[in-house]
Design a protein around this ligand. Structure first.
Ligand code: RB5
Length: 148
């Protein structure tokens, strides 16, 4: 099973994270859960920052990042140099986030997608390889924006 999964959520994504961490382990993935571990209110940029830095530290890892909508954590994670967080709510976009954007973080909303849809989204993301080629050139252009 390639690559460790770093999972994280704020209070709005906590329940979905708990569910998806179990699913990932059932699928045979090694998972590092960076929190949160309760529904107590936290500030989502803090968990996005923590998760993003672990994804960059752990070679070959990818992130699963959740908040209420998935929006706040994805905006925050994308501020970290080297992160390409894709906020998605459907399996097709999740597959394209992997195939075309080489997203290293998948973001979803715990108050938006139900557990079974979230599982399908996660599977589509993890099972889809990056296509490279012209998409590599485009991803390189995205990353170059961080230093412009
Ligand atoms: C927290 O109430 C909520 O704002 C957060 O989980 C997320 O949806 C932000 O984008």
């Amino acid at each position: 099973m390639p690559g460790k999964i770093i999972a994280g959520a704020d209070h709005g994504g906590f329940r979905l994270k708990q569910y998806l961490v179990d699913v990932l382990r059932e699928w045979g993935y090694e998972v590092e859960d960076v929190g949160v571990f309760s529904e107590d209110s936290v500030d989502y940029p803090d968990i996005a920052d923590k998760l993003a830095r672990r994804v960059l530290e752990v070679e070959g890892s990818r992130g699963l990042l959740l908040c209420g909508t998935g929006i706040g954590v994805s905006i925050a994670a994308n501020k970290v140099d080297g992160i390409r967080a894709a906020h998605v709510s459907d399996p097709y976009s999740a597959a394209m986030a992997a195939a075309h954007n080489n997203a290293n973080v998948l973001a979803m909303g715990g108050r938006v997608v139900g557990p079974e849809l979230a599982k399908s989204i996660l599977k589509a993301y993890l099972d889809t390889p990056f296509e490279g080629g012209r998409h590599q050139r485009r991803v390189d252009k995205i990353m170059a924006l961080e230093h412009k």
